[in-house]
Design a binder for this molecule. Structure first.
Ligand SMILES: C[S@@+](CC[C@H](N)C(=O)[O-])C[C@H]1O[C@@H](n2cnc3c(N)ncnc32)[C@H](O)[C@@H]1O
Ligand SMILES: [Zn+2]
Length: 368
């Protein structure tokens, strides 16, 4: 709703809620999102009475008649009529990849596609054939599986937009492990060298190193610390650019601060987490994995971030998954900084308690 309000500041905001379900989001776009038009649609005609009842709370002039069309048919009719909307909310069960080209055609330039997918298995590396079928990408088990899924989703949006000659700017991306949500602004043209944001990500199951290559400069993988051939698991093509746009998130936070409507604690903390992490570079490690590599307790994450920054590296606490470090530091430097912190901290624990305390939630079976 904050995003909608920010969009509404620059131009009248017409929202298309393609898979509206109960219509609660459509209602909120009208009540809180300052939309000038709300169109709720759901393919299930049994939902129409509920949609109508829920939207009755909005001024009549604001509500387009709710419809019960498949998203495919609705989007086809908009394309045929040459119509677009400033915000398209596509909140699907599963992954709505087949709808992406048509949905993107219907987003006004400078408008936003807000995309949700509940497909967790394929893009987190748990069903490799499915990832190839749905995303045209390899997805291997990775210590940051939610981020992997968001990056695969953004790559699919980027390719569909580029095929139409458009550019994309991810505004924010997040997940709680079941639904993967990305908000993407559609630009008239791709930014200069935007294609560099599509690439491959390798994770070494031996030493824990993570390596990135843009497709534009694809070559040999650099060496990691493993002797001989490294057991690399390569995922992609995926989006290796930023997941968050700090400028937009700041504007959204200012919008929240200036509003009489209070932000829920959960939304407030999500916004703060995303603002603190641009989602770049795409190298992220759980502290539990660092602990396993070192055979010691997990390093205190904030102290590790501070230590790496003091050495001149980029380092953040990941806003996407809890207990993860994001950094451009060479992997040996990450391990050395973590080792030094453990030496300084007398309370450092052994590897068993490391796994217990560092929160292995969501960590996949790395043997995949
Ligand atoms: C995740 S739910 C949406 C929930 C909704 N955003 C809400 O807040 O209540 C997905 C919805 O998509 C609808 N749906 C499934 N396939 C569809 C299609 N091809 N076109 C339009 N709606 C579809 C389903 O009926 C379901 O209500
Ligand atoms: Zn290695």
């Amino acid at each position: 709703m904050l995003l909608a309000r920010c969009l509404a500041r620059s131009a009248p905001l017409r929202v298309l809620d393609l898979m509206a379900g109960s219509g609660v989001r459509s209602l909120r776009y009208g009540l809180e999102g300052e939309a000038s038009e709300v169109w709720a649609n759901d393919a299930d005609p049994d939902r129409l009475p509920l949609l109508r009842a829920n939207l009755a709370a909005l001024p009549e002039a604001l509500v387009a008649p709710p419809s019960a069309l498949t998203a495919q048919r609705l989007l086809a009719s908009l394309i045929a009529a040459g119509e677009r909307r400033e915000l398209i909310d596509l909140d699907a069960f599963g992954y709505p990849g087949a709808l992406l080209p048509a949905a993107l055609e219907c987003v006004a330039l400078g408008g936003v596609l807000y995309l949700a997918s509940t497909d967790g298995r394929g893009p987190t590396g748990h069903d490799r054939p499915m990832a190839v079928r749905r995303y045209g990408s390899a997805a291997r088990a990775h210590p940051a599986p939610w981020e992997l899924a968001l990056r695969l989703q953004l790559a699919a949006v980027a390719r569909a937009a580029w095929a139409q000659g458009r550019g994309i700017q991810p505004l924010f991306a997040f997940s709680e492990g079941r639904t993967f949500r990305t908000a993407v602004r559609i630009e008239r043209l791709p930014a200069r060298r935007e294609e560099e944001q599509l690439g491959l990500l390798a994770h070494c199951h031996g030493c824990g190193e993570q390596l990135l290559q843009p497709l534009l400069r694809l070559g040999r993988w650099p060496a990691c610390a493993c002797p001989g051939e490294a057991p690399l698991a390569v995922s992609g093509p995926l989006w290796i650019g930023p997941l968050q746009d700090p400028g937009w998130l700041k504007t959204m936070a200012a919008e929240a601060a200036g509003s009489p409507q209070t932000l829920s604690p959960a939304a407030g903390s999500l916004l703060a987490r995303l603002m603190a992490d641009p989602g770049m570079p795409a190298r992220v490690w759980p502290t539990a994995l660092i602990a396993r590599q070192l055979g010691q307790g997990p390093p205190p994450l904030r102290a590790l971030v501070a230590a790496l920054r003091a050495e001149g590296h980029q380092a953040e606490v990941s806003g996407v998954m809890a207990g993860q470090l994001r950094s451009d530091a060479p992997w040996p430097a990450v391990l050395a900084a973590a080792r030094a912190l453990a030496r300084r901290s007398p309370a450092s624990e052994g590897p068993c308690s490391a796994a217990r305390t560092a929160g292995l939630d969501g960590e996949p079976d790395l043997a995949n």
